[in-house]
Design a protein around this ligand. Structure first.
Ligand SMILES: N[C@@H](CCC(=O)N[C@@H](CS)C(=O)NCC(=O)O)C(=O)O
Length: 209
């Protein structure tokens, strides 16, 4: 979006904490209250600033590079914070659809970490055994809620004509579902809105430059 130059470093799950610690990225407080290291994180070589958490990263880049297109268009940051919080709650029902397929696309070292470290944490808060049919009915109601919001915006994006943080949050989840195989079901929901959104976001999706 901002056309700032950057380089992406991909990390296997067990390398996230040691690599980010070494890069002086401050840890974030996870949902269970413990500190941890997560992707995405950035190190801005121009200022020496290291930041974790997508919302904070977007906030930082908007402030540090005010001449670039805004992740939070003027006056929208509170609205987007509320959207993000509600989105995170609502999309909990998509988690079983995604995480049951996640190990299959990871390299062995990350699949093992996922199995030993992440899956048990997920199992503490939800069952992964629910019937897919049932899970899909819940997923559809999440997309119906999003469709209601997007249909008020007057354009293809959450804020109307220009993409912003909210679209990138949703776009990330849609890309994930595209890779993990339930994409056919999503493309036919809500008049094809989600397929069009992913296409409209495609030009921002590359992590190569
Ligand atoms: N609130 C964070 C969440 C980031 C997050 O949970 N990232 C996951 C990958 S999708 C992660 O790095 N997990 C590492 C771990 O749990 O050890 C954000 O929006 O950036």
């Amino acid at each position: 979006l901002k056309k700032l130059p950057y380089k992406t470093i991909y990390l296997e799950f067990p390398d996230i904490a040691p690599v980010l610690q070494k890069a002086n990225v401050p840890p974030i407080t996870k949902q269970d209250g413990t500190l941890g290291y997560t992707c995405p994180s950035i190190v801005d070589d121009t200022t020496g600033t290291a930041i974790s958490d997508s919302f904070k990263i977007a906030e930082y880049l908007d402030t540090q590079y005010p001449e670039t297109p805004k992740a939070f268009p003027l006056g929208s940051i509170a609205l987007q914070a509320v959207f993000y919080a509600r989105f995170s709650e609502m999309t909990l029902s998509l988690v079983p659809l995604i995480v049951t397929k996640t190990p299959g696309i990871l390299n062995p070292v990350s699949a093992e970490y996922f199995h030993c470290e992440i899956r048990p944490l997920i199992l503490e808060v939800m069952s992964l055994d629910e019937e897919r049919e049932q899970l899909w009915r819940k997923a559809e109601s999440v997309f119906d809620w999003l469709d209601g919001l997007y249909s008020m915006s007057g354009g293809p994006f959450f804020m109307g004509e220009a993409p912003s943080f909210a679209d990138f949050v949703l776009g990330g989840v849609l890309e994930e579902m595209k890779i993990l195989g339930d994409w056919d079901k999503i493309t036919v929901l809500n008049g094809g809105r989600w397929k069009r959104l992913v296409m409209d976001l495609e030009k921002y999706a590359s992590t190569e430059k």
